[in-house]
Design a binder for this molecule. Sequence first.
Ligand code: NI
Length: 262
Amino acid sequence: MTKSCSSLSAEQIASFRRDGYLAIEAITSAKELAWMREVYDRLFAERAGRDEGNQFDLAGTDEEGVPASLPQILSPSKYAPELKETQYWTNTLAIGRQVLGASAKIDFDHAILKPAGYGAPTPWHQDEAYWDPGLEYQSFSMWMPLQEATRENGCMQFLPGSHRFEVVPHHPIGHDPRVHGLEVDEADTSTAVACPLQAGGATMHHHRTLHHASGNRSAGDRRAYILVVALPTRKRETPRVFPWVTQRHVGRAQQAKEGAGD
Ligand code: NI
């Protein structure tokens, strides 16, 4: 494995600004990656965050007893703080400061597991579609698979230049308001680029870049650990409404209310 990267070249930064995504060959070591896989698998096995609503199925209705097709843990570093003491974390923050400026911070982390053989696709979406429409963002996500990422197990695919779009309309996956995951209403993705990665590599993408990952058709789990790097948010001068966010809140509130009866 090549030496892990803590800074980008001028060409890499130009490529990220032009396309809205970038593949990085190595952001951590093989040794750290092997250790992180153990931490990661333990968090999912122990159902870390489940009681606080921080572990749920991104692609399904998340009923107890039904295997999650796209289980996600929000803020895994809350349950395993040692994840913050990694080369991955340090290198991502250093790249964040280089790309966004000195006040960039790691704002949020999450883990998305695509189980071997049946892990669901992550539909095309922009990350900002999940967020508060009242705020202005400058951020990117670092997406690191904990093993190689291939077309068969669900590597990232990006639509080059889509980071220059506004946030386009989205809806919950399958138009089911109980599902947390979002999907773009429509997009021409004929120029999409798939980014397979060696273990230890990562991709970074702007918060408006349209991206997608296929289902996992391979014999091994596809683990991804994502760090969101951001500058402090500002209140937007022009308000906007994301109806799909409002609908999702209604869906989850209804779910809580229905759940409270039994
Ligand atoms: Ni995303």
